[in-house]
Design a binder for this molecule. Structure first.
Ligand SMILES: C[S@@+](CC[C@H](N)C(=O)[O-])C[C@H]1O[C@@H](n2cnc3c(N)ncnc32)[C@H](O)[C@@H]1O
Length: 415
């Protein structure tokens, strides 16, 4: 059988049925509301950086489809209300995402939001385009976008993990996962995030920012994140299906989730290593595994119902991964078993929460990089646009291209 590929095998459950992403994405919606103040601040700062030009280009990466995509659009529109700007949105996701659904719902939503504008106020002109493709590739022209947003996506790897043969009976990092498997998971995350930062740096305009939200880990101990426990329960559900002969042992051994929950420390280290962005804001917030549990103290009211809610929220996101590896016939049995195991677990567990990282980044301007270079070297090279190798103060060599933009002379570092 052909190996699974993220780009073709991964998409949320489509449509508006009982198991659809649209009807089971309350976690992601709560995260958007939690991120709103950080997004508003980034929009305000980016707007003042682009004025007096009045076009703001905004990319939503891994936009999904349904209400959440519209919530993001509304948050940006609200944050620019009263400002003399036009908004161009680029909605990006993998090609098999339900783009049609977005465009149909956008039309209706934008008409309503235009109608809601106060009397005498000019509605903000809005343009929307779809950009299918992986955000682990270049998606936009050089220095063209002012603000990137990505919610609940960047924990996904660019590809399925391979070389994890000894992760027996597990599908993610579990207590019995060998350290070398953990290392492969970490290396893939580092590689992916570094690539993402490099690509977005090239695409962001001067003064550009990014607001990124993704699943993470509260503690530095890589074995102790709440994702570890949740996916251990999913692996145990698969093991039960092996016993019932609904899934083969061999299939289970060859399946590992292409996902990683990083700690804030790991994320900061990658950003600092890239040297491309300043961190404006980074924080971790916790959200109950049950998307419908909004209680302050996280008390479990009805563990059976919570088990069902949690299983449905995971199924809406991961169903296609399981179906493409194990086949369609096991999927109902898997998530029924999983709901039961989760219900048992949360009755005993203390605070079964997801840890979610909210991150706001400012693109470093080339002016900063220019300061790190010797002035004589700049004046010597700036008049040409031929790339050359430059050794920085820390001894690292990087390929640099001179540029001249809005009276700023500098060197563009090509990572
Ligand atoms: C859980 S959904 C989040 C959707 C939406 N942002 C929200 O908050 O509801 C994750 C989305 O990321 C997309 N995604 C995952 N990897 C991607 C990649 N490499 N490039 C673009 N989109 C990706 C998935 O297809 C999916 O639509």
């Amino acid at each position: 059988m052909e190996a699974m590929k993220m780009e073709s095998d991964f998409h949320m459950v489509k449509g508006e049925g009982e198991n659809s992403y649209i009807n089971n994405s309350r976690h992601q919606q709560k995260t958007l509301f939690e991120t709103k103040p950080v997004l508003e601040k980034a929009v305000a700062e980016v707007c003042s950086a682009v004025l007096p030009r009045n076009l703001l280009l905004v990319g939503d990466l891994g936009c999904g489809s349904g209400k959440n995509t519209l919530i993001f659009l509304s948050e940006v529109i609200d944050a620019t209300r009263g400002l003399p700007v036009e908004l161009q949105f680029f909605l990006n996701d993998l090609p098999s995402n339900d783009f049609n659904h977005i465009f149909q719902s956008c039309d209706e939503h934008l008409k309503n939001s235009a109608a809601a504008v106060h009397k005498g106020e000019r509605p903000t002109p809005i343009y929307i385009a779809g950009v299918p493709g992986s955000y682990y590739t270049r998606l936009f022209p050089f220095q063209s976008v002012h603000l990137f947003h990505s919610s609940f996506s960047l924990h996904w790897h660019s590809q399925f993990p391979y070389g994890l043969d000894d992760n027996k009976g597990n599908i993610y990092i579990a207590r019995t996962t060998p350290p070398y498997v953990v290392k492969l998971y970490q290396e893939q995350f580092q590689k992916d995030l570094m690539l993402f930062l490099e690509l977005r740096y090239e695409e962001l305009a001067f003064g550009g920012q990014m607001v990124l939200t993704f699943l993470g880990r509260k503690n530095e101990d890589v074995y102790s994140g709440s994702m570890n426990y949740l996916y251990e329960l999913l692996a145990q559900s698969l093991q039960t299906l092996v016993k019932k002969e609904l899934v083969s042992q061999e299939k289970l051994e060859s399946f590992n989730l292409p996902i990683y929950g990083a700690s804030i420390g790991e994320v900061k280290e990658i950003i600092n290593q890239s040297g491309l962005f300043d961190i404006n804001h980074i924080k971790l917030f916790e959200s109950n595994w049950d998307p419908y549990n909004d209680s302050e103290n996280n008390n479990v009211q009805d563990n059976i119902q919570s088990g069902v809610n949690i299983a449905k929220s995971i199924r809406a996101v991961m169903e296609t991964l399981f179906v493409s590896h194990f086949g369609e016939s096991m999927i109902d049995a898997l998530f029924k078993e999983f709901a039961n195991k989760v219900a048992d677990y949360i009755e005993r567990a203390d605070n079964p929460n997801y840890s979610i990282i909210i991150l706001s980044l400012q693109r470093k301007s080339e002016a900063c990089i220019v300061n790190a270079l010797s002035t004589s070297r700049i004046s010597q090279d700036i008049d040409s646009t031929i790339p050359f190798d430059h050794q920085f103060e820390d001894g690292v060599h990087k390929n640099c291209t001179p540029f001249f933009n809005n009276d700023v002379k500098g060197l563009l570092i090509i990572p």
